[in-house]
Write a protein that binds this ligand. Sequence first.
Ligand SMILES: *Cc1c(COP(=O)(O)O)cnc(C)c1O
Length: 932
Amino acid sequence: MPATPSTRIDHFFSGAEARLDRWRELSRAVQVWAAKNDAASRTAVNTALKELLPFEDFQAYPGTRLVASMRDRIKAGDTVGSARIVQRISASLMSRAYRSEAGEWETEDEQSGGGERQMPTASGDPSARPYFEVLVVAPSPSQKWPAQIQNMRKLRRNLDAFIYEPVIVGNFEDAVLGAMLNTNVQSVLIYDGFPFASTHNAPVMRQFLMAYLDIKADDLAPHDYGVRLAQAIKKIRPELDIFLLSDRNAEAIAADPAADCVSRVFYDVEEPLEIHLSILQGVQDRYATPFFDNLKKYAQKPVGTFHALPVARGKSIFKSNWIRDMGEFYGPTLFLAESSATSGGLDSLLEPTGNIKKGQEMAARAFGCDHVFWVTNGTSTSNKMVEQALLQPGDIVVVDRNCHKSHHYGCVLAGAQPYYVEAFPMTEYSMYGGVPVREIKKALLDLKAAGRLAKVKMVILTNCTFDGHVYNTKRVMEECLAIKPDLIFLWDEAWFGFARFSPFYRGRTGMGARDELKRAFKDPAYNEAYKAQAAKFGKDLNPKDKRLLDARLIPDPKKVKLRIYSTTSTHKSMSALRQGSQIHVGDEEFHTVIESFHESVFTHASTSPNQQIIASLDIARRQMELEGYELVMRSIQLALELRRSVNNHPLVSKYFRMLSVEEMVPSEFRPSGMKDHIQDGITWMDAVKSIRDDEFVLDPTRLTLMCGTAGFDGTQFKGILASEYGIQLNKTSRNSVLFQTNINNTRSDVANLMKVLVEIAKKVDDTLTNGDENTRKTFNARVKSLVEDVPNLPNFSYFHDKFRDNPKGTTLEGHMREAFYMAYNPEGCEHVKLFSSEADKRARGGLPLVSANFVIPYPPGFPIMVPGQVIKPDTIEFMRKLDVKEIHGYDKDLGLKLISPAALGEGRRKAAAAKARPAAKKVARKAKKARK
Ligand SMILES: *Cc1c(COP(=O)(O)O)cnc(C)c1O
């Protein structure tokens, strides 16, 4: 929200929340007025009303009649009546009662029995019919709208599965605003012939139209408005159904490729019932959950089970003498829905032909890709599936060393050679960001210079990272494809599946960027730009050309193949059960790998996939297609509020702060100059610019709270929040903890967290105020150690020559699988104590220390050693300074597990020399003794 109130309606990340805030404000003002009944409080009511009314033009409820009745009361100075009606509408909005209670739509006169009863909006039973709104864009004068609304309501039938209310707007700009601000809208009905400009004061809207949608009124011919509006709305909310009504040649419009985004074109005078049914059908297509629907049916059927799953139908539980509490706890439905059969309409996840296939196709539509594979073993498995399917032994993969461990293991399984690239370090917070595109290009160009580019198959990056760094997916892919036009990208979007449903994030997902690139490659201007680049740098880029690293490269649109995969832990950001994950495929060469892909699915998938996880994937898709936009916008809004509350609170901000964009993303990656989401006066325009241009943006729903400045290390603070305040989180660094908001958070969660932070800050403050000089000294020393004395994070060194095709060359890839399996032979391994002079000596020179396994400290949670890696002094130093308890792959008592020099064939010469050294010393000692 802006610092100063404004009647402009185009300022917000979330119009829905902004609107409710205005209702709360009006409600407060009216109550004060009712109590005081003075001029000042009346002015306050009018101001609040003026702030609110523009929002109401885009909403079906309360609608023009109730709003008019409310305004009349306020105008008449009826304080009590005004308070009553404002209260009533606010309550209905907050509780959402208007969605199901017909009475909520009536004016007071109607409610008290007088007046004509309005057509009921819902059938009386609130749970029966889901409610939505239809945005109607009409050229008719606004006086005619109430009648038009009544006519649409008359089409309702008792057998409709859903109930909707129309909202009418009269021009292009208002239609875009309506689609953005009204989260109830599921369908848009566009009548050709409307004007362009909004009657609202919406200057930022105009900039937004131009910047985000690339639309200028002057460039459009009025007869194109309909199709262009459909495109614009689809870009913001691709899940909406759009119907176009035209009195022009409907067939011609329907045949226009630009009208692809329109669900159906009607001839204006066609049967209104047909339109009504199309609207309902469109929502039904998203509401349907083929697998879940069938599972529900299955659970109702009496079934005799003779397959292996004793809990199916719950008989082994409810008849047990000892485990009946399991049945009580989970309820019978869970067991009725359990089956190991793939018959009875339950499809097979491994070879889907029925409702799982259908469900996956619907998911592909929702997530904007060509194919979806549901996975019931988490994204850990999805990643391995993709990697094994597409990589062969010896292939090179450019991969973020900081990525999830499943990728490192995926490389081992596939026998691929990882080429580790480094994310930019954020040493002061003991964290990593993302991998700069320059690093990735450098890796590819070095590989090209070494004649090894042909072996490079894939680039793997995490988008977004745990801490919220979001890549410029489009730019990364363009620049990489400029160097190798058939590279495959695997975007690990474990955290980021929800991003598809916000226009702000969408372009920065793997699949969102794919849409933009597909469009761009068809644009003749792109080809021209490529030709200009080719004239400058040549068609075949010279890897030695130093200019390339800093140039913004684009690929040859005629040569490029778009091969994009993304994986997402649906359970991490949407309503799926744990381990529910999806592979999204957007690969134009998929037909060439489909067999290996299925083979890989068979390799990794369980033959007993969990039915409930599958159903939840189906349901998560339904939810996101119908309310993802609203929920994601709300979680962003809550995150922004939390940031603002912490950083502006006088006491809390004394000891804690939420790290800003500026602190999380170094300025070189932020050409837009965006400093923070909650910077004063920040507009959509700034946000759009940053999202379009910056190399990294920060996902505002990832909130890193600096706690080192309050004297807590991350792990300690996490412990306090969990044990004393019942607040759970899972990521920490040396001096920070990470909060996340997601689609389940509410304002009360934010309020509760604030309350806790205030309490903790107060305790710290009291201790320091009441303590003596010593207390303050100790505190300051602790803060200094947490915030300033942070260990440097070492970069990946290199693989031992034994594992490199390109020994001592400039490229870093290595055969990690070979090293990994060498560790299975105990004779070929040795241990060296971390705190030993041998470790120091060998790290500095002499017989190399070569890691036999992955060593993964938590945090930071990625391998600081991988099999075959030569360990250098900086890694030894880092390990020694590590003050975390959990280090996978490292046994304190045994020391570092290494591949022995002998096993590496590390020069019998060198080994002999090492043996010789003590002998020589002995001789020298003897000689010394003899001299005495
Ligand atoms: C959590 C996570 C995974 C693994 O996903 P699961 O669903 O837990 O198996 C993979 N990659 C990233 C980036 C993750 O955060």
